[in-house]
Design a protein around this ligand. Structure first.
Ligand SMILES: [Fe+2]
Length: 223
């Protein structure tokens, strides 16, 4: 298992790369356990947010500048990524996306997938969770879900995105199914598609890879 497609090694490299970028201490190893989930500091979030905004603006697609203005206005760069599961702190959303980007790029490269467009990498990594903008309210005890925000997850991200830019078929598929089994009717959380639909969607191997990156980042690279 540890040697499966070299994933274990890749995981260490990615974790160290992410931690270097975030300027945090080297990965700790104790009896083969790694402590990878380290929250970013305010300064790191500021630097990474500026970098991410430039990446977004590098996408030359009609509506992108408007999209960036909108997400900034509604607090994308200040949003947590969840109430408690992962990156549940101010700025956690952009850090979650940033870590996914590192992981996604490394795995695309490792598996020899060189024809996936740069613009699509940026759009999928940084806008798959557009639904989380304005989704959380800060309280004395951390963040809670905003009851006034529109319900939905991937489909809400797509709805919001498509109000600003046109997506490619791959981008739409990847974003729609990025929650994997957690988005199915059967799982019972956001109920946005059936397990059968998911199985069909995952014939697109980049969609499957993106789901793994989102899930792995949440579970192993964040806390
Ligand atoms: Fe995500």
């Amino acid at each position: 298992m540890s040697e499966y497609l070299g994933m274990s090694y890749t995981g260490i490299v990615i974790a160290e790369r992410v931690n270097t970028l975030l300027k945090v201490p080297k990965v700790l190893k104790q009896e083969n356990k790694m402590e990878l989930g380290i929250n970013a500091t305010e300064e790191q979030i500021k630097i990474i947010s500026e970098e991410v905004e430039q990446k977004m603006l590098s996408v030359k697609r009609d509506g992108m500048e408007r999209l960036v203005r909108i997400i900034k206005k509604y607090g994308y760069f200040e949003s947590p990524s969840s109430t408690k599961h992962h990156s549940a702190y101010k700025g956690g959303l952009v850090i979650h996306c940033y870590k996914i980007e590192q992981l996604f790029r490394q795995l695309l490269d490792k598996f020899g997938i060189i024809d996936f467009p740069e613009e699509s990498i940026i759009i999928c990594c940084y806008f798959h969770d557009f639904c989380k903008v304005k989704q959380y309210i800060e309280t004395e005890n951390g963040f809670k879900t905003n009851p006034n925000n529109k319900k939905g997850h991937a489909l809400l991200s797509l709805e919001r995105l498509k109000q600003c830019i046109t997506l490619t078929e791959d981008e739409e598929l990847i974003i729609k199914y990025h929650m994997g089994m957690y988005g199915t009717h059967e799982f019972g959380y956001v109920k946005e598609y059936s397990i059968r639909e998911l199985g069909r969607a995952f014939n697109n191997r980049i969609a499957k890879l993106f789901y793994f990156c989102d899930d792995m980042s949440s579970q192993f690279l964040e806390k």
